[in-house]
Design a protein around this ligand. Structure first.
Ligand SMILES: [Zn+2]
Length: 113
């Protein structure tokens, strides 16, 4: 990760991150692809230690406990590789690496929903 940037790297480097409306987060990537995420799906995809058991990988978050209108209230950059999202339901320990976001987007180009 030192020095030159290959095209492979630019795939996972956002050039723009913005909320579009209250339900969507759009990310434009270095290779000029734009991904639009449903924000609640992102909340459900949280992989922090509170939502997923660190040791067993067991999914601990109950989707029914996440409000339908959950949305980010704060988005912070974490180093150069990730964003942290503070959510309206009070959850703020989630970190989403750009690589993970890109792979989520690539798996389902229409979003996560
Ligand atoms: Zn979490």
């Amino acid at each position: 990760m030192v020095g030159r940037m290959s095209s492979e790297d630019s795939r996972t480097i956002p050039t723009q991150i913005q909320q579009s409306g209250s339900r969507a987060l759009s990310i434009r990537w270095g290779d000029d692809v734009e991904s639009v995420f449903d924000v609640r799906a992102l909340r459900l995809a949280c992989a922090c230690a509170v939502c997923v058991d660190e040791w067993t990988g067991e999914y601990k978050l109950d989707p029914a406990a996440v409000p339908e209108d959950v949305h980010p209230i704060q988005i912070t950059s974490v180093g150069r590789y990730a964003i942290g999202i503070g959510w309206s339901d009070g959850h703020d320990t989630g970190i989403y690496s750009f690589e993970r976001l890109r792979s989520l987007a690539d798996r389902d180009p229409s979003g996560l929903g």
